[in-house]
Design a protein around this ligand. Structure first.
Ligand code: GCO
Length: 258
């Protein structure tokens, strides 16, 4: 049903599962989706950190559920969805955000580390996307937002598994569109630029890399996690009902300019 004009970005009555949302980009997006009216299911593998984040959001008046699982543990993912089913909690919006970084030149990279990054950053998005879609398809609607990266489109030395995984996220998003758009599901991606997160703290603290990011980015600065919220709410809402298979870069213009 087409939303009335004033309700295009309103997420009231919807529930969003955001993986890796105890902190960083996932936490910022969970806060933003809640601000737009959604109930949120916070996810993390660390029970203490998850509980703390949920308590902070509840104190702010948000409707928050907790789903503690490691995104690479398929059995735990399936059990988490079954637990949500049992509580009558339907995931209307899925944000596949969880991810790790591992910086090492390929000639020094152990295959086990390669596999760990691919499993966490790409395969988990397939598994969790599949579990969400199995429940969205009968409802005839759903929103899936996969979190890519600048490296979905451009490579940087020493982050090969991350780059390959994020390139895969872009194409997985299109594969989801190919199979699930006919069922009323919109699958899109967000490509964050260099954002101020714990994962990037080592880069921020490196004067040379920091100077490269601020010089190479047309906006001449790092991005802030909360700067993803507008795009996340857009892709989670009725405003994007005819947007499918896209990746929207929130990168200060870095990918657009040589
Ligand atoms: C790196 C960074 C990047 C950013 C982001 C850029 O080592 O280059 O971790 O991968 O995190 O993905 O879009």
């Amino acid at each position: 049903m087409t939303a009335m004009k004033g309700q295009l970005f309103d997420l009231t009555g919807r529930t969003a599962l955001v993986t890796g949302s105890s902190r960083g980009l996932g936490r910022a997006m969970a806060e933003g989706l809640a601000e737009a009216g959604a109930a949120v299911v916070l996810n993390g593998a660390d029970a203490g950190r998850l509980r703390e984040a949920a308590a902070e959001m509840r104190t702010a008046g948000r409707t928050v559920h907790e789903a503690c699982f490691d995104v690479t543990d398929e059995a735990a993912v399936i059990a988490a969805f079954e637990a949500l089913d049992a509580q009558g909690i339907a995931v209307d919006i899925l944000v596949n955000n969880a991810g790790i970084q591992f910086r090492r030149p390929m000639v020094e990279l152990d295959t086990a580390d390669w596999r760990r990054v691919i499993e966490t950053n790409l395969t988990s998005a397939f598994v969790i996307g599949r579990e969400a879609a199995r429940r969205m398809i009968p409802r005839g609607r759903g929103k899936i937002i996969n979190i890519g990266s600048l490296t979905s489109d451009a490579a940087r030395a020493t982050v090969a598994p991350y780059t390959v995984a994020k390139g895969g996220i872009k194409m997985l998003t299109r594969a989801m569109t190919a199979e699930w758009a006919p069922h009323g599901i919109q699958a899109n991606a967000i490509g964050p630029g260099y954002m101020l997160t714990d994962m990037n703290q080592a880069l921020v603290d490196d004067p040379k890399f920091n100077a490269w990011v601020t010089g190479r980015t047309p906006s001449r600065r790092w991005g802030r996690p909360e700067e993803l919220i507008g795009t996340a709410v857009f892709l989670a809402s009725a405003a994007s009902d005819y947007v499918n298979g896209q990746i929207i870069y929130v990168d200060g213009g870095m990918l657009a300019v040589l």
